[in-house]
Structures are given as C-alpha cells and as structure tokens.
Design a binder for this molecule. Structure first.
Ligand code: APR
Length: 332
C-alpha cells in the first residue's frame, strides 16, 4: 500500500516549512538493511525466537535474564551486530534532512548506528537505547577490551569479566529492559517542546519512554508517521499525516515531492560506499534463524530451558525473601 499523493504532498509541504524537526526512529527503518524488527508478525525477532523456549521473547534483552543466562543474547549477537550493515534509503533521507539543517534533534531506539553512517551528526541525535560501540561487565561495570568482544561475538561465545574475583558476563552498552536510559534523555526530551514538526519512522511506539515523545509535541504542530501501520495516537490530531507502507518508498516519494530526488540517491550512494570502505567486523555467514536453531538444539527436549528455570528460581527466591521479611515483621 503506498500513501496517497495528497498525503505525501501535505507531508512534503510540512517538511518544506519546518526548520526544527524532531524525529523518533525505530527498528522498522533498518529492516531493509537486513535486521528484522522486533514485533512484526512472523518476520519480527520475537516471533523467530520461539524455538528457544524463553520465559517471554523480550527476556533475551532483559537484564534479570541476561545476568544468569547470557547465552541466547550472544547466540544471535553476530547476526544482529551492525558489523557490515549498510544504511538504507530511509537513513539517507534522515541524513539529507540534517544536511539541509532542518533536524532539531533525532531520537533513535536502534542500536545499529546506521543514522550516523548516513551522516546524521552525532551532536544532533541520541541513541536512547545505547549502542554496540563499548561494553562492560554487567556486575562490576569494568570496561572490556574491544578486540576480545569482537572475538566473542564472532564465535557466539559469552565474554566474562577479567577483573580479579569477578565472574560477571560482559554486556555491550545497550539498554536492556529493566535498565534506565542514558541520563541525558530527560534533558534532550525537552527539545520536543521546540519542534515545529515531528516525524516518526518505523516504530510500534510500544516501549516507553520513547513512545511518549509524539504525544509531547505541542498541539498545532504537525506530525508525520512513516510506518507500515498506524501506531500510537497518530490520526487523533488535525495536523497528523500517516504515510503507511514501506518507509523506503515513502522516503523516495517525499524526496520526489520536495525536488530532492537526485540529492537523496547520491547521498545514499555516498553513505553506502563510505560504510563499505570500513572494515566489516564479521563475515555475514550465519543467519539469525540459523543462530537460533543451533542454540535450540542444545535445549532440545527440555520442558523449559535452563534459563527459564533459573529465572523462575530467582523470582521465587526473591518472593520468598519478601514473604519471610513481612512475616518477621508480623505483617502476615
Ligand atoms: N517500513 C515501514 N515500517 C516498517 C518497516 C518498513 N520497511 N518494517 C517494519 N516496520 C514497522 C512495523 O510495522 C512496526 O510498526 O516498524 C515497527 C517496528 O516496531 P518494533 O518491532 O516494535 O520495533 P521498535 O518500535 O523499534 O521497538 C522498540 O522495543 O524490543 C525493544 O529495545 C527494543 O528499541 C526496541 C524497542
């Protein structure tokens, strides 16, 4: 389904008149780069993790699961690592908006760094859920060497802390469920107040606090959603425009309506060439489904995976501890 001409033209006019655009980006913008999003039926990562019998799909990115069972995260890390991913046409559209000095600030929920690869200036954006650039021990927070991390990811092995007496698993500096966002998020969130246009691309708006950004836009400021389907409260405001369908097709149509078509194609070509010239960290020989199949084989036949068992034990232990404290205070 491609957006109607009038929707694209309305959106293009809003972009033409805007100089303080705030953007929110999600996993949908990187699907064309080869990284599945999270929640799309069948193709999303969470649907494809079923063979691992996780307590719930998001457990793979939950700190309370990772702390005792980091294996599933590392089993798929190589297939999801930005290694030699190329920015998509939609990333190039973000870079073009920045080049034309129209980006006030860009929030991305993605950890693949493809916005910067498409020349969005680092000072104009925040990776609200962190990124793969650095890593540290989950337990003692000691930094961990890049070279060892690359090797662990390439081999699908869990890297463990090297500090004396610490055996914590090492985690890239991405924000897991159960962890807080970078402190700077609250400060940057105030920039939404200064927006003269909000553009949201490729997100289900299911995860706070990023999901609350579009609602924080002042009444009367136009909002554009570029997504497969309508999400959040889009459509509830007079100035909302929803360009439903593939974000790359919408980006190309918008650039055409703005007279930026050639500039978009050449910026995209430049961004892809620049990324190709960087050393790719890993061979892309293992698909995400292959990684999942290999790990599932290790759990074959078990009613619930070891990780699930550990998560239940940890949960029951903390529940029992709370109950015994309450009993000792005579509260039950
Ligand atoms: N074009 C347009 N929209 C797309 C495309 C595409 N090519 N591909 C997918 N989408 C849409 C999907 O329809 C969905 O609405 O992008 C959205 C992706 O939603 P999610 O998979 O939920 O991803 P996201 O919103 O980024 O998830 C937020 O959840 O799991 C956590 O930390 C993780 O940052 C992530 C957060």
């Amino acid at each position: 389904m491609t957006p109607s001409l009038s929707d694209t033209e309305t959106a293009a006019t809003s972009i033409q008149n805007a100089h303080h655009i705030v953007l929110l980006i999600g996993a949908g913008i990187s699907t064309a780069a080869g990284i599945p999003d999270f929640r799309s039926d069948k193709t999303g990562l969470y649907a494809r993790l079923a063979p691992l019998n996780l307590p719930f799909p998001e457990a793979i990115f939950h700190i309370n699961y990772f702390r005792h069972t980091p294996e599933p995260f590392y089993a798929i890390a190589k297939a999801r690592h930005p290694r030699n991913l190329k920015p998509t046409l939609s990333h190039a559209f973000l870079g073009l908006l920045a080049k034309k000095d129209r980006v006030h600030f860009l929030f991305t929920q993605n950890i693949d760094g493809l916005e910067e690869d498409a020349f969005v200036p680092p000072g104009k954006m925040l990776a609200a859920h962190g990124n793969w650039k650095t890593q540290r021990c989950w337990k003692c927070k000691a930094a961990y060497p890049d070279g060892l991390m690359k090797r662990a990811i390439a081999e699908g092995e869990v890297p463990y802390c090297q500090e004396e007496g610490c055996d914590g698993p090492v985690k890239p500096d991405v924000v897991f469920f159960g962890e807080s966002l970078p402190e700077v998020f609250e400060e940057k969130e105030k920039l939404v107040d200064e927006a003269d246009l909000m553009i949201v691309v490729g997100t289900s708006l299911k995860v706070a606090p990023c999901s609350r950004l579009p609602r924080a836009v002042r009444e009367g400021v136009p909002r554009i959603l570029i997504n497969q389907e309508k999400v959040g409260d889009f459509g509830s405001r007079v100035g909302d425009v929803c360009l439903l369908g593939s974000c790359d097709e919408s980006a190309r149509a918008l650039a055409g309506a703005l007279g930026w078509g050639d500039e978009l194609e050449s910026l995209w070509g430049e961004a892809v060439a620049a990324k190709e010239s960087m050393e790719g960290d890993f061979e892309n020989e293992t698909s995400i489904d292959e990684c999942i199949r290999r790990l599932a084989q290790e759990n074959q036949g078990k009613m619930i995976s070891d990780g699930h068992k550990k998560m239940l034990e940890t949960h029951l232990e903390s529940k029992f501890a709370r109950l015994s404290t309450a009993a000792s205070k005579g509260n039950i």
